[in-house]
Design a protein around this ligand. Structure first.
Ligand code: NCD
Length: 325
C-alpha cells in the first residue's frame, strides 16, 4: 500500500521532534554501517523496503551522496535505479517534471534528486506521487547532509543543545551550510558563520526567522570563528558556482591563507573540538592534510553516518515513518 508522500525538500519541513526521531532511527542502523569495529561484523540486511523502488536521479556529480543513498536503499531491501543527468532524456529537451512524471509512472516509491537548480526538488515533489528526497538543489539545501552531520556531532559530543558550531568557508554558495544552519538551530546549537565578506550572503542569519536570528552569528576572521568552538565544519570553495560572477575575491589561494584550517589555526578551537567536512575536500586549500587526517577529524565518520541516516530517511519517505524497534 502506498502512503501519503513524505517529501524531504528542506530542513524547514521537519520540526525538532522529527529530526530527533530520524537521529534515533539512524542510531539503530549505525552498528551495521560503522567501520569502527564497534558494530556487528555483518551488515544488517533489512527487508522493510522489499518490493519498493528507489530512483536516484542525479543531474550533478556525486560520490558520497549517490552511493550512500543506493547502499541505504539496498540495505533495506529496496530495488534501486540510478539515472545520471547526462544519460537522461533532459539532454534531448524533455523537461525536468516530464522526466520525473515518467519515472513516477513506473511506480517509483521514492525519487532522490540532485540538481543544480535551487527549487528542483520542490518542483518535482509537486508533480509526482512518489516521495521526493532532496539530495542537493543548487545553493538552496542539502537536508540529508545536515541530518547526517547532526548524527555525527551527537555521536561525538553526546548532545547538540548548547554546542558552539562554526561553519567556515564559502557560505555563499553552500547548500550544506544553509541546511546545517536550520538543522543545528532547531536542535539548540549556536552557529557561527565564518567567511570573507564576499562569500557571506547578507542577511543569512535570517534564513530561519527568529530561531536563526537568535542563534547565528556572523564573523569575518577565522580566529574569531574558531575561538572556543566545539565543532569546526569546513566548506569547499564552490568554484563551479562562482563562474561568471563579477567578484571572485578572494581567490582560492587567498582564501586558503586567511580561512584555511591548519594545526596552527585549529588551536583556537576547544582542545576537544571535532573537525568536519561534507566532502569533497580540497586538501591544502580549505583544510591541511595534517588536520584532515588528524585525530580530531570525523570526516569519514560523517560518510558512514550518511548510510545510516539515509536508511532512516528512506524508511520515512516510503513507509511514512521510521522504524524505532
Ligand atoms: C556537497 C554538495 O554536493 O553539496 N557535498 C556532499 O554532498 N557531500 C558539498 C560540495 O560539493 O562541496
Amino acid at each position: 500500500m502506498r502512503c501519503v508522500p513524505r517529501h524531504l525538500v528542506s530542513i524547514a519541513d521537519l520540526d525538532a521532534a522529527e529530526i530527533v526521531r530520524l537521529l534515533d532511527a539512524a542510531d539503530r542502523y549505525w552498528p551495521s554501517v560503522s567501520t569502527s569495529g564497534t558494530g556487528s561484523d555483518e551488515p544488517v540486511k533489512k527487508t522493510s523496503l522489499r518490493g519498493r523502488t528507489v530512483i536516484n536521479l542525479f543531474f550533478e556529480n556525486s560520490t558520497r551522496t549517490r552511493t550512500s543513498f543506493e547502499l541505504a536503499a539496498k540495505r533495506l531491501g529496496a530495488d534501486t535505479i540510478n539515472i545520471s543527468g547526462s544519460s537522461s532524456s533532459t539532454t534531448k529537451g524533455e523537461t525536468l517534471t516530464d522526466t520525473a512524471r515518467n519515472l513516477d509512472s513506473m511506480r517509483a516509491d521514492a525519487i532522490v534528486v540532485r540538481h543544480s537548480y535551487g527549487g528542483a526538488a520542490e518542483v518535482i515533489a509537486r508533480s509526482v506521487k512518489a516521495s521526493v528526497i532532496n539530495a542537493g538543489d543548487g545553493q538552496h539545501e542539502h537536508p540529508t547532509q545536515a541530518l547526517l552531520d547532526a548524527a555525527t556531532i551527537r555521536r561525538h559530543k553526546s548532545r547538540l543543545d548548547g554546542l558552539e558550531v562554526v561553519i567556515v568557508g564559502d557560505v555563499a554558495h553552500s547548500r550544506v551550510a544553509r541546511s546545517n544552519i536550520l538543522c543545528l538551530a532547531k536542535l539548540g546549537a549556536r552557529i557561527r558563520l565564518c567567511a570573507p565578506r564576499t562569500l557571506m550572503p547578507r542577511g543569512i542569519e535570517e534564513i530561519g526567522g527568529e530561531l536563526t536570528r537568535e542563534r547565528v552569528r556572523v564573523v569575518f576572521r577565522l580566529e574569531d570563528g574558531l575561538d572556543g568552538a566545539d565543532v569546526v565544519m569546513m566548506l569547499r570553495v564552490q568554484n563551479e558556482r562562482r563562474e561568471g560572477e563579477a567578484c571572485q575575491f578572494p581567490n582560492t589561494r587567498e582564501l586558503s591563507r586567511t580561512f584555511g584550517l591548519s594545526e596552527r589555526t585549529l588551536a583556537y578551537a576547544k582542545p576537544d573540538a571535532i573537525v568536519m567536512h561534507p566532502g569533497p575536500m580540497n586538501r591544502g586549500v580549505e583544510i591541511s592534510p595534517q588536520v584532515a587526517d588528524g585525530p580530531r577529524a570525523v570526516i569519514l565518520s560523517q560518510v558512514s553516518w550518511g548510510v545510516a541516516m539515509r536508511m532512516a530517511v528512506l524508511e520515512r519517505a516510503v513507509l511514512g515513518d521510521v522504524a524505532l524497534s
